[in-house]
Design a protein around this ligand. Structure first.
Ligand SMILES: NC(=O)c1ccc[n+]([C@@H]2O[C@H](COP(=O)([O-])OP(=O)(O)OC[C@H]3O[C@@H](n4cnc5c(N)ncnc54)[C@H](OP(=O)(O)O)[C@@H]3O)[C@@H](O)[C@H]2O)c1
Length: 345
């Protein structure tokens, strides 16, 4: 039985979901020969540490009360992330702190330190990837085949929808010619409701009412969430150094009803499409509302689905779709990445 020693940074929806899955999926993990041991956890108020492994139910109970893990009996510490990492001497960092797309912090410093200590890192947080990809690539390995610490990013690139893992693993020996993807579920739901006749304002109001859209939905509806994910995929999967400035981005806020009608008349759809197309030695990138006709594989995406279509030279066309699993999907994606790292794939 392998017993990977883990530190989990960030104990909000995703971090707590990950801890819950470690308990819930224990039989499946043991069947695989993995018994993860969480030796440290970190939130904004401090840390908890137990070299023999923390009681995960006790950690979740403290968070359910809205308290910091610093208050956990016997294990709580007034430590920074850096102090925890020094003491815990873990093999893996699970990084699920909040996203800051300007500085990448606090995740960036944690990821940097973990990689410098030789730890492998699993991220749900896009911040460090969008703000400092080149630095992280110097410190760690996004693919496989080197003995440097490895970095896995499924949780940051659409959670349960396999985007980066397929792109990095399943086309080896070939070339990705293009990538087209719907990477944001909120906009997919709003566009679906508009197709049914709602105005943009009404569709957005409904999405907010049912909790699909944030109170401030600008990151989603202005296309930046999709663009951030495309930046990460371009860097990690396509191998093209990319920042947000390289991605012309248009969201769905100014969609003209005529565009929706034009799509309908072709038996197609309007999607908020992330595209990367190989032209010469470069990929041309964009995020914009796009008409896809009825023969396009992504035109069949359901209301609550995201999807990615890779076209390659020797593997043909690969379509992957996933019905939204929300926060559970991102936590599950982190678990999948951890298992993959334990088995070195
Ligand atoms: N929610 C989703 O559906 C989803 C899906 C995919 C990816 N993601 C990404 O996953 C990450 C986590 O998302 P979430 O929804 O779980 O966020 P969240 O609920 O806001 O949780 C963020 C966590 O980070 C902790 N934190 C804040 N500052 C910190 C610091 N300086 N040091 C250590 N920890 C700190 C917070 O501590 P406290 O508990 O003390 O406040 C909290 O536990 C984000 O980057 C998000 O973009 C989320």
């Amino acid at each position: 039985m392998q017993e990977p020693r883990i530190v989990v940074a960030g104990l909000g929806t995703i971090g707590q979901g990950f801890l819950a899955l470690l308990d819930q999926q224990r039989p499946q993990l043991e069947a695989l020969g993995v018994a993860p041991r969480v030796v440290g956890v970190l939130d904004s108020g401090g840390a908890a540490w137990a070299p023999q492994g923390l009681d995960l139910k006790a950690v979740r109970a403290v968070k359910a009360l809205g308290a910091s893990v610093r208050t956990l009996t016997g294990a709580g510490r007034e430590w920074t992330g850096s102090q925890l990492m020094d003491e815990a001497r873990a093999d893996y960092l699970i990084e699920a702190t909040h996203t800051d797309l300007r500085t990448g912090e606090p995740g960036l410093s944690l990821v940097r330190e973990a990689l410098q200590c030789g730890m492998h890192v699993v991220l749900a947080n896009k911040g460090p990837l969008v703000t400092a990809f080149a630095e992280l690539k110097r410190l760690g390995e996004f693919g496989s085949g080197s003995d440097r610490p490895r970095i896995r990013i499924s949780g940051a690139t659409c959670g349960a929808l396999p985007t980066s893992s397929v792109g990095l693993r399943d086309f080896r020996g070939g070339t990705i010619l293009s990538l087209e993807a719907v990477l944001n579920s909120t906009t997919q739901i709003i566009l679906s409701r508009m197709r049914e006749g709602l105005t943009y304002a009404d569709a957005l109001a409904e999405a907010k009412r049912v909790g699909v859209a944030e109170t401030d939905p600008s990151l989603d509806v202005e296309g930046w969430d999709t663009a951030n994910k495309l930046v990460i995929l371009a860097n990690a999967v396509l191998g093209q150094p990319t920042t947000l400035r390289d991605v012309p981005t248009e969201g769905i806020t100014r969609i003209n009803p005529a565009l929706l009608e034009a799509a309908e008349s072709q038996g197609g759809r309007v999607l908020l499409l992330a595209r990367a197309e190989k032209v010469g030695s470069q990929y041309i990138l964009s995020v914009r509302p796009t008409i896809v006709d009825g023969r396009h594989p992504l035109s069949r995406l359901g209301t609550d689905e995201m999807g990615i279509l890779y076209r390659t030279d020797i593997f043909g066309r690969t379509l992957i779709t996933n019905a939204e699993q929300g926060a559970l999907g991102a936590s599950a994606a982190m678990l999948k990445d951890l298992i993959g790292l334990v088995f070195e794939d």
